[in-house]
Ligand binder design. Structure first.
Ligand code: MEV
Length: 342
């Protein structure tokens, strides 16, 4: 028997980094998806299209996952995850072993499984490639083992896997990949606020283009840590600016105020630059888009990756991106969340 599931990638319209500190973010699921096919197997076998392939005994995978979970807890006490990140980097199979073992623990399983992963979400681009995988794996494993699982439960497991990659993720990325659509996400106690924005934004988001500016030198976890290491007053001031822009963005999207949408994207980008997560290449592109009165901002952790660009004249936007020697593409914003595939 074989089961296939898929989850979309995501793009932050606004609110990344600040969302880690409790500021809301507006996040859209995109049509690029990660597909996972699960089959019964006597061991844990992983095949992927990004060069992570292995076969190992179930007990090894489970005990490695237990070690990684214990290490995460230790690092969390110190609010410093460098030790965890270096363990994850020792072998390129380590993140996947930790993920699969943790999923098995959550689902109380100790049987083998084979997972084939095929992702159309570029890695390290700020498009939620790891989140889409963290959402797809528990769903695929549960489905194959006839375990009924809700989206809320999938999202909870996905969040625990994201913690290995990013230390203290906000949970926004995995929530967007799990639920799909356009969401308003806010990290909160006792429960995160996750709300579809269909009521205030019932229309299709258009005139957004994606531009890839290169592979970031640092991981999401490292960039989040870098922001955490900044002077607290300085950081809080930037977070407050982004927070104001997020609420105004919700209003501007609702009223389809195109100039305001551009301005707010630029405000977010300015603050992200001041937080040290932009690059000269991103800034050059953003400035060119700004010069034609458009909006542009990095997406996700930054340090490279995708820049989201917006202008009411899409052709003019394409021309300016091309004249700066970048390529762009369009994607549906608001794609369906995790689902079973036929
Ligand atoms: C990464 O895609 C988004 C960040 O805000 C981190 C997070 O939300 O966990 C940088």
């Amino acid at each position: 028997m074989s089961i296939s599931v898929s989850a979309p990638g995501k793009v932050h319209l606004i609110g990344e980094h600040a969302v880690v500190y409790g500021v809301p973010a507006i996040i859209a699921a995109i049509e690029n998806r990660c597909r996972v096919t699960a089959e019964e197997h006597d061991k844990i076998k992983i095949e992927s299209d990004f060069g992570v392939n292995f076969e190992d005994d179930i007990k090894n995978v489970l005990s490695f996952a237990d070690e990684v979970n214990a290490l995460w807890k230790e690092c969390n006490k110190k609010k410093n995850f460098s030790e965890l990140f270096s363990v994850m980097r020792i072998e390129k199979t380590n993140p996947m072993k930790a993920a699969v073992g943790t999923v098995m623990r959550h689902l109380n399983l100790a049987n083998g499984i084979s997972l084939k992963i095929d992702s159309k979400i570029p890695a390290g681009a700020g498009l939620g490639s790891s989140s889409a995988m963290s959402v797809s794996i528990p769903f695929a494993v549960a489905e194959l083992n006839n375990i009924e699982i809700t989206k809320e439960e999938i999202n909870k497991i996905a969040f625990s896997l994201e913690q290995f990659n990013h230390g203290t993720p906000s949970g926004g990325d995995n929530s967007a990949c799990c639920y799909g659509g356009l969401i308003w996400f806010q990290k909160s106690q006792p429960k995160n606020i996750i709300r579809y924005m269909k009521k205030e934004i019932p229309y299709e988001l258009e005139n957004f283009l994606m531009v890839y500016t290169g592979k970031p030198k640092k991981t999401t976890g490292e960039l989040v840590q870098q922001v955490r290491n900044l002077n607290e007053d300085f950081r809080n001031e930037k977070m407050e600016n982004i927070k104001k822009a997020v609420y105004e963005m919700r209003d501007a999207l609702e009223k389809k105020q195109k100039e305001k949408i551009s301005d707010l994207m630029n405000t977010a980008q300015n603050n992200l630059t001041e937080l040290g997560v932009s690059t000269p290449k991103i800034n050059r592109l953003c400035e060119a888009v700004r010069n034609i009165s458009g909006g542009a901002k990095l997406c996700g952790a930054g340090g490279g990756g995708i820049v989201l660009c917006y202008h009411e004249d899409k052709q003019l936007l394409k021309d300016i991106i091309k004249s700066e020697k970048f390529e762009c593409w369009e994607t549906e914003l608001g794609a369906e969340g995790v689902r079973e595939e036929k």
